[in-house]
Design a binder for this molecule. Structure first.
Ligand SMILES: [Fe+2]
Ligand SMILES: [Fe+2]
Length: 225
């Protein structure tokens, strides 16, 4: 159980640290539009200001979380890496090519109609390309080093990968904008609905993926933590 009352005041704690330690906090952050994955190293009060969110409402929502709910038991790093690979890397790789096909179809068939997400297929294609290079670095360099006992601090590669996560966050923002926050226009066809449902799922997955790495796994291998 996390007793948030015994820690420093909520507003002064880092968003990423709250996301990693307070059960249910990530869903509150999603609701308020607080970026807890790519910009988790920001105090709660600063994050609220940055999004023009009322700090008292945000603190109230976090304070109302069930303090008796427990986080899943802490996984060792090898188990967490296995989970990241199977639940996120593999899923992005299988999901994105399909979303790109759907986006090309919607952009072609409905060209010129209101709400058409012009450029979405290219943005998804860019996301796939960037993610592939990034995930390869994790799979071939960082994760094997983490699995080796006594690998020590891995600050260099982790700093680089954290920067890439910020770029991924920007792509996700672009996808959210192009789709009007995944809102299918009135009368939109089934392909369009399938595209936006899948793209919204991709966004949620990528946010959760980056959160696990940035806020839980990476800090274990950084000398500043
Ligand atoms: Fe990853
Ligand atoms: Fe990553």
């Amino acid at each position: 159980m996390t007793d948030i009352a015994t820690l420093e005041p909520l507003f002064a704690r880092k968003v990423g640290e709250i996301a990693a330690t307070v059960p249910g906090a990530t869903s509150v952050f999603r609701r308020f539009g607080i970026d807890f994955c790519c910009h988790g190293d920001v105090r709660l009060d600063e994050a609220a200001r940055g999004r023009s969110v009322d700090l008292a409402s945000l603190e109230h929502a976090l304070g109302a979380l069930d303090a008796d709910e427990t986080l899943p038991p802490e996984q060792d790093s090898a188990a967490m890496i296995d989970h990241v690979l199977s639940r996120y890397h593999e899923v992005h790789r299988s999901q994105l090519p399909e979303l790109i096909l759907l986006a090309r179809k919607v952009e072609q068939v409905h060209a010129g109609k209101p709400g058409v997400p012009a450029g979405l297929a290219d943005t998804l294609q860019a996301a796939l390309g960037e993610l592939e290079v990034h995930m390869k670095k994790e799979e071939l360099i960082l994760f094997p080093a983490m699995r080796r006992k006594g690998a020590g601090a891995l600050d260099g590669p982790i700093t680089q990968l954290r920067h890439e996560h910020v770029d991924h966050g920007e792509l996700v923002e672009r996808i959210t904008e192009l789709t009007g926050d995944f809102t299918v226009p009135e009368g939109g066809c089934g392909t369009w609905r399938a595209l936006y449902a899948g793209a919204a799922q991709f966004k949620d997955d990528l946010i959760e993926h980056i959160h696990l790495e940035n806020n839980i796994l990476f800090p274990r291998f950084e000398s500043s933590h």
